[in-house]
Design a protein. Structure first.
Length: 273
């Protein structure tokens, strides 16, 4: 009896996979370098793009990117089932019972603090963001939910300038519209390298986190979420996710880090999505 049941399940597995992937996963496209962007040849590439493509291949699925959808529409559109999946959602350990599931984490996310190379205000370099605040320095940060609560204190004191993308943030720092820029470490380094702007990375902790995929409950049921998690685990065990991450995190391809930063703990944080 057990063997017949096991055989039946194995025979049904391809049918379940086909049902889950009857059409491509609809995912919003963002120009978010180096995670997701269109290269000079017109090819969609980036760290997140390659990671998701690997998971899709592992599950015999495909990805369709939805363009021109404002970021503030991502969650509502996912809840309505017009999107199937969001990438890089901060992990809070909870699912939204009405609209979405969180997968297991698939990569780390690290935020850093940067100043212009040669900026006299970097001597002595601040050791905490509180020192940056009390020292009268001006902060540049990505628009949206605060990476850390102290960002709101800079806003209250009129010393916060927000930017929409990291290329603009690096440009604002170059033009001395702010003294310290905080944000996703890889995105800042990528933008500074592309713009030819020399930065120093401050030896102060900002935030480290893990990110997940956020799946629409209108597209994925609990069994399909389990398959998604199993695919992530297999790719992790095979080293494929690590190979993709290392290719984009290769120090030789990034601006040289000019000051070491201590490793911070992994705190829980509000979801990006």
């Amino acid at each position: 009896m057990y063997r017949r049941l096991l055989t039946a399940l194995l025979l049904c597995a391809p049918l379940l996979a086909a049902a889950a992937c009857a059409r491509p996963w609809r995912v919003p496209f963002e120009d978010w370098r180096p995670y997701s962007f269109i290269d000079a040849t017109g090819r969609h590439t980036g760290l997140e793009t390659e990671l998701l493509a690997a998971v899709a291949r592992e599950m015999d699925c495909s990805v369709e990117y939805v363009r021109d959808l404002p970021r503030n529409r991502h969650l509502p559109t996912l809840a309505m089932g017009e999107l199937d999946l969001l990438v890089a959602a901060s992990y809070d350990g909870l699912d939204n019972a009405e609209s979405s599931w969180n997968t297991r984490p698939y990569r780390n996310e690290e935020f850093g603090a940067f100043m212009r190379a040669g900026d006299p205000l970097a001597r002595p370099a601040p050791q905490t963001l509180h020192q940056v605040l009390e020292g009268g320095l001006r902060l540049l940060a990505h628009r949206g939910p605060s990476v850390v609560p102290i960002v709101d204190e800079f806003a209250v004191r009129g010393r916060l300038t927000s930017f929409e993308d990291y290329a603009k943030g690096v440009q604002l720092l170059k033009l001395e519209r702010g003294d310290v820029l905080i944000g996703d470490r890889l995105a800042v380094l990528f933008a500074s390298r592309a713009a030819g702007v020399a930065l120093i990375e401050l030896a102060l902790p900002v935030r480290r986190d893990v990110v997940t995929y956020k799946l629409s409950r209108k597209r994925f049921d609990e069994a399909e979420v389990a398959r998604f998690n199993e695919a992530i685990l297999r790719l992790d065990a095979q080293g494929e996710l690590r190979r993709i991450r290392n290719r984009w995190l290769d120090p030789a391809a990034m601006p040289r880090q000019q000051s070491a930063r201590p490793k911070a703990a992994l705190p829980a944080s509000a979801p990006r999505h």
